[in-house]
Design a protein around this ligand. Sequence first.
Ligand code: FAD
Length: 407
Amino acid sequence: GLTNDYPFEKDWDLPVPSDLKRHYDVVIIGGGGHGVATAYYLAKYHGVTNIAVLEKGYLGGGNTARNTAVIRSNYLTPEGVRFYSESVKLFRELSNEFDFNIMYSSRGQLTLAHTDATIRSFRQRAEVNKHFGGRTELIDPQQIRELVPTLNMNPADLPVLAGLWHIDGATARHDAVAWGYAKGATKRGVELHQLTEVTGINTENGKVVSVDTNRGSVGCGCVVQAVAGHSSVVAAMAGFRMPLTSYPLQAMVTTPVKPFLDPLVSSSALHCYVQQTGRGEIVFGGGSDPYPLYNTRSTLELKESLIASAIEMFPFMANFKLLRQWAGTTDMTTDYSPVMGLSPVDNYYLDAGWGTWGFKATPICGKTMAELVASGGKVPELIAPFSMDRFDAFRQVNEMGATAASH
Ligand code: FAD
């Protein structure tokens, strides 16, 4: 049977690696979901197992632990919809693939339109989705009332005119995703080194040859960088700049209440999204903080503005008790799409620019990054549009309208 218990002590004898070896075929910097997923697909589908995942903290303790677990594929561009749709498909099968329950919960996502301009853009998104693999449609206020009877249809005097209903919207237990991938990777011989921080990256003739860590140096055939909010910092060690700015992103959760909200509900006009977890807690999220920072503190400002918006949408939430507030550091691109693929350093591969929306991409990132590494640098078609040089060539993949507060 499937369980969702923490796998380390119970059904999984985690091989705890001792010393770092002198050389690995692949060094993955960052033991978040993306890093361990890449290791998993390399080991399981490409037979590459001489891999070290180097994590400065603990497995999945970065943004993988901090996100609000929204999974969806209702993006705006053909490139985006194709990519995220593949990820949703992989997510649906993950519990079976791992034989470990990631608590995938398919409940649909509703985004509210309060203006005619938003309705026009929703119509476009619904059409693009239909063509490229997402299941999304425009719905009217009556259908919205039926889906979410408790929603205030005139929040902050912004009447709800229509909604974008994405039936593929879902959530999953974020920690379990990292644990499942780590379990599958280490079982096949991958070494996960926690409390191991990369402090330097060494190149020879334009090619990466080794990395320095707080536990010594290791040689490597290639490197995958998957460090989310610290992408610019680590890339600087390798000697190049990335088109990213790091901002804090905060979220909050209440104490549990009786189930009343099945779909995920978001309003970009109110900069707020609301969802109820399987345990009954209400999770709130919104936009990034308005200034770059590498600090993961919470602010009263955000708490006040987010709660005000949530109460506009669901007035009875004024009686709920807030349990916790937290933040992560997110690496934002200007077009709200990721940076994946090759870098200016040979054999140094990038999985970055995941900003506020990268949890949902964890499986497809792992799969495509593994293909990239295993092929010795042949960029898979699905991620070719996200290359870093798109910013020099004016080939941005603009997802701003489809990302905003919905993540
Ligand atoms: P991480 O999980 O952050 O892993 C990177 C790891 O790299 C970290 O563990 C870090 O310790 C390590 N690291 C950094 N520097 C070094 C170094 N020098 N040496 C060794 N290790 C290092 N996305 C969604 O799809 N849906 C959502 O609903 C959503 N909500 C979010 C809400 C919040 C509040 C936040 C903060 C983010 C949210 N996101 C969401 C974004 C999502 O969390 C990230 O895009 C995703 O988790 C990135 O995964 P990752 O594995 O790349 O990064």
